[in-house]
Design a protein around this ligand. Structure first.
Ligand code: DX5
Ligand code: ZN
Length: 224
């Protein structure tokens, strides 16, 4: 697979949990190549979401690779409890621990692609020391914790800055993922600024009842 292939990653926390199997089937039928899993600990963000047992069960039900977004304090302490491996992606927040290096190293050692996630208030320059250790950057367009928020102004410029930073520091191969209010309209601008992985939450995939139609519409508007 092309390393910086354009992909839409539906956000599983936005699924209807009483129809989860059915909705995952739709993702498979629509050729979805990544499932975004929000893990929240109630400390790093003021909310709780999706945990290790849920992910273990999901992994048994689908072979779509997982994109685990860890919104937890000191992720290096709990990584071993997560069932990720070859072909998966795992993001840790730069703000979540005094040193992200051990977490990034463990993710890579287990065959997954380490991503460094940045809150809206964290400048991209802060990633400079870690560029050799990552597969990509996850740029939050909203403060993490809740779906359904509005894009924070300056996000598109920040993404362009992230692309420039990666390109100028020998990492044109590194990916950029956008998370938070990734509506088709915002995603067109994000794509131009350098994003290749789009997290599809309530702004893209989970609007109305026809997920297939939303996925097709998103791809048509943003990918082509
Ligand atoms: C926010 C989560 C997102 C969320 C995005 O903290 O990380 O994955 O589901 O969805 P929308 O499109 O509702 O912003
Ligand atoms: Zn997320």
């Amino acid at each position: 697979m092309d390393k910086t292939k354009v992909r839409l990653a539906p956000s599983v926390m936005c699924c209807d949990f009483f129809r989860l199997g059915e909705q995952v089937k739709v993702f498979e039928q629509e050729g979805i190549e990544l499932l975004h899993i929000d893990v929240m600990d109630g400390h790093f963000v003021p909310n709780l979401a999706l945990g290790t047992d849920f992910i273990k069960q999901l992994k048994k039900k689908t072979s779509i690779p997982l994109d685990v977004h860890l919104m937890v304090e000191r992720p290096e302490r709990i990584l071993s409890a997560f069932p990720f491996g070859d072909g998966d992606m795992v993001s840790v927040h730069l703000e979540s621990t005094p040193d992200v290096r051990p977490a990034l190293a463990e993710i890579a050692r287990r065959g997954a692609k380490p991503f460094l996630a940045l809150n809206p208030a964290t400048p991209v320059e802060k990633c400079k020391d870690y560029l050799a250790l990552i597969g990509g950057l996850l740029i939050m367009g909203v403060n993490p914790g809740f779906a359904g928020q509005k894009l924070i102004p300056g996000t598109i410029e920040k993404i362009a800055g992230a692309r420039k930073l990666l390109d100028e520091n020998g990492r044109p191969d590194a990916e950029i993922e956008a998370d938070g209010n990734v509506s088709p309209e915002n995603a067109v601008l994000m794509r131009r600024a350098g994003v290749n992985i789009f997290v599809g939450g309530t702004s893209a995939v989970f609007r109305g009842s026809d997920l297939s139609q939303n996925i097709r519409q998103f791809k048509k508007t943003v990918f082509e």
